[in-house]
Design a protein around this ligand. Structure first.
Ligand SMILES: C[S@@+](CC[C@H](N)C(=O)[O-])C[C@H]1O[C@@H](n2cnc3c(N)ncnc32)[C@H](O)[C@@H]1O
Length: 227
């Protein structure tokens, strides 16, 4: 893996002020490629004691996200960001500052491995931003992407796979899809894979519902989907 340098074309001309959210005394989570922001809004509402930065780079999707946010009561813990995630994170996110990172249905880029998040040199920077004991959540409808990400997480980035499971079909259970793409895939009857990784460099534990670190032994068995 070559070392990570921010490519020239991603350099932002004007500097973005580092958001004050990192100086607040709360956990900070990050969602990359949040689309129209359905998951970001639901999560921010559910966990008012955690800050969530939600990044989307396409203008149309970000506008729909911003419009959606404006229709809700104020959510001071939600920070929508219209930017390219690589450049924004590199410039604005301090090391060891993130508790959880969400990557929900990233574009799988089957023809271009350099565009797949877990294979990018940038991922090293992202892992450095993660606190010890921090979590990375990945969801995808591509078994190849899921398998490749799990291997890269383990072998390249020394993350531990906490679980690797399939989501229940939304139509046979009371499972509520978290994002627009999740809803679309489950409605089509596709299998969705849900993975969670732990940054073990420090306290080992799983998050409780309220965001504290719940001490647990290393998972006895990794729940793997039958791929
Ligand atoms: C397949 S969509 C999934 C959207 C949403 N997470 C969902 O599940 O409904 C992937 C999203 O990632 C966004 N995206 C891809 N690369 C990005 C980047 N470098 N920075 C910010 N957003 C990005 C795309 O614009 C798109 O909205």
């Amino acid at each position: 893996m070559r070392p990570f340098h921010l490519p020239e074309h991603l350099l932002i001309k004007e500097s973005l002020a580092s958001p004050a959210i990192f100086s607040q005394n709360r956990p900070v989570d990050l969602e990359i490629g949040c689309g129209v922001g359905f998951h970001s809004i639901q999560r921010a509402k559910k966990y008012p004691g955690r800050n969530l930065i939600a990044i989307e780079h396409t203008r149309i999707r970000f506008q729909r996200f911003a419009h959606r946010v404006s229709r809700h009561p104020p959510m001071p813990n939600l920070f929508p960001v219209h930017a390219h995630a690589v450049s924004w994170i590199t410039k604005n996110v301090p090391r060891r500052s993130l508790s959880e990172v969400f990557l929900l249905y990233p574009n799988p880029n089957p023809q271009n491995r350099s565009q797949r998040w877990f294979l990018m040199p940038f991922w090293q920077r992202l892992i450095e931003c993660l606190k010890p004991g921090g979590l990375v959540h990945l969801a995808t409808n591509s078994p190849d992407y899921a398998r490749e990400a799990e291997k890269a997480a383990r072998e390249l980035w020394s993350l531990e796979c906490v679980f690797f499971r399939t989501l229940p079909s939304a139509w046979n259970t009371d499972f509520e899809p978290r994002t627009h793409f999740e809803k679309k895939y489950l409605r089509r009857g596709e299998t969705c894979f849900d993975l969670q990784f732990l940054n073990p460099n420090g306290e080992r534990g799983r998050r409780s519902r309220h965001g504290g670190v719940k001490r647990v032994p290393k998972p006895a068995s990794i729940h793997r989907a039958n791929l």
